[in-house]
Design a protein around this ligand. Structure first.
Ligand code: ADP
Ligand code: MG
Length: 496
């Protein structure tokens, strides 16, 4: 198209050019003829002077005529030139228009190419999406299949669970049966002994887990009428290195007895400073029997709930001082301590803190109340499942210091305190004796301590006496007294 336009343009230019050359040649020819004629005319003019004027006139007229013809030819040539120019302009405009159209067409073409690319991209995306859709459909099918399988498995495991629960119930029944048999075999009363850690004193010597040898220190040899060495046997003796966990391992089966429906009493006996409170309560890093037992019972209770038992746990805190009982939560004197419902171990700990605070207040009022009074923690567990029922209580008792002061040498408050402690501790010994030798009359009423606990010491109840002793030679007499008390309790068991 462009070439065609160029050719047209060249053609027109050529035509114009030819015309111009033709006109100029024509003009030149006329001019040459005229100058020749003028020369001849001048000659003739001179010859024919008279005619000169006429000829001049004619010549002028001719010249004028030629001039006008020339002007006319020029005018025509210019007119033609203008016409050609107009045509040229017209063709140039057409050319521009066509060029613009060409550009437009090119742009459109580019746009179309772009659109074609976009369409092919979109087609790829569409294909990809279709593939993904297909995959999702397949996954969905798989999941439906898995769900069906899971439903089947679930039904199966539900049946298994029912079966397992039945087996668990049977096992639980067996566990209770065997644990009770074990307790029966161990006796309803057990005596354990714990030696408080001390410096390198060798007054006490352990011989195996059950035998302890007490050597009388030189300075006491004369004042006591015992042999140089005496040996004592108990169910278990914990040496100075035994930690709280080790102690608990040996008595957790007793706590299990509470869950099995039996009452249990665990006493910590010993002189002040021998480690009774440490054994029973412990500290934040070395938890004692009370927090561990609470944890165990709550754990066991969880198992019972899973088996469908309905249960209630209640706790109480009591102090017996000078033959008077005080509820450590209400901080009031009382005959029967009020048991409080608890839902978890946190609540038990909160009540325990209240009890401790109330005990401390009393301590500041009267010196050393804690070592001169008995502390009783009670946890009652009630439960029923169908026709099965349990109602049992765990009693953890931190006894008053067993050191026997010479009553005759004490006066006033101290006299009353000492008398009260002596009375209750010997009443406790008497109760053990009567209970385990199956006497008709058990003297529970002889002290506030035994009277508070009588319900939990009778029948199938289990009792543990943890005797805490010191290995320091200066504590020899107290250690000997404690070991003798422990031996007496143990002998009740033997007489059975
Ligand atoms: P008690 O209650 O018999 O008067 P404590 O339990 O208060 O005696 O013990 C007296 C001190 O000895 C406490 O500071 C206690 O922490 C510490 N104690 C007792 N027994 C142990 C032990 N087995 N290990 C470490 N410290 C002990
Ligand atoms: Mg104490």
């Amino acid at each position: 198209m462009e070439k065609e336009l160029k050719d047209i343009r060249a053609y027109h230019l050529k035509v114009i050019e030819d015309k111009l050359i033709e006109l100029i040649t024509h003009k030149n020819r006329i001019l040459a003829v005229q100058s020749e004629e003028i020369g001849e005319f001048k000659k003739s003019f001179n010859e024919f002077k008279p005619l000169t004027q006429v000829i001049q006139k004619t010549t002028r007229e001719c010249l004028q005529e030629f001039q006008s013809k020339l002007d006319e030819a020029d005018r025509q040539a210019i007119q033609q030139f203008h016409q050609q120019q107009d045509q040229l302009e017209y063709h140039a405009n057409r050319l521009n228009q066509q060029q613009n159209q060409m550009q437009l067409i090119q742009e459109l073409f580019e746009q179309q190419t772009k659109q074609r690319l976009q369409i092919s991209e979109m087609q790829k995306v569409k294909e990809r999406m279709l593939n993904e859709l297909q995959q999702t459909k397949e996954e969905l099918e798989q999941k439906k299949f898995l769900k069906q399988q899971l439903m089947n498995n679930f039904k199966l495991s539900q049946q298994q669970q029912i079966q397992l629960q039945q087996e668990l119930k049977d096992t639980e029944h067996q566990k209770r049966y065997w644990n009770n048999l074990l307790q029966e075999a161990k006796g309803n009363i057990r005596v354990y002994c714990r030696i408080r850690p001390n410096s390198q004193e060798d007054m006490l010597l352990l011989n195996g887990e059950c035998t302890l040898v007490l050597r009388v220190p030189e300075r006491f040899l004369k004042s006591t009428n015992c042999q140089k060495e005496s040996s004592f046997n108990f169910e278990h003796i914990f040496n100075q290195e035994a930690d709280q966990q080790e102690i608990y391992n040996e008595l957790s089966d007793l706590v299990q007895n509470v869950v099995d429906g039996h009452n249990v009493c665990i006493f910590a006996y010993g002189q002040t400073g021998s480690g009774k409170t440490y054994t029973m309560q412990g500290d934040d890093y070395n938890k004692g029997v009370i927090p561990r037992a609470v944890e165990q019972i709550f754990q066991e209770r969880q198992g019972m709930l899973e088996l469908g038992w309905q249960t209630t746990i209640r706790v109480g805190f009591q102090e017996i001082y000078n033959e008077q009982s005080r509820d450590l939560i209400t901080n009031q004197k009382c005959d029967d301590v009020k048991l409080l419902d608890v839902k978890d171990i946190v609540e038990v700990a909160e009540h325990f803190n209240t009890a401790k605070k109330n005990r401390q207040v009393a301590e500041t009022l009267s010196n050393e109340v804690s070592s001169r009074s008995h502390f009783i923690f009670q946890l009652n567990l009630q439960g029923h499942l169908g026709d099965k029922q349990i109602n049992s209580t765990l009693n953890l008792i931190d006894l008053a210091g067993s050191e026997r002061a010479n009553v005759a040498k004490t006066e006033g408050d101290r006299f009353t305190e000492t008398k009260a402690i002596n009375k209750s501790l010997s009443a406790l010994g008497d109760v053990f004796n009567a209970l385990y030798t199956k006497q008709q009359h058990v003297p529970f009423r002889n002290s506030k301590l035994t009277f508070s606990l009588y319900k939990y010491m009778e029948g199938s109840s289990k009792t543990l006496m943890m005797v805490n002793i010191s290995s320091r030679s200066e504590d020899f007499q107290q250690t000997l007294a404690s070991l003798r008390f422990a031996e007496k309790v143990k002998s009740c068991q033997m007489k059975k």
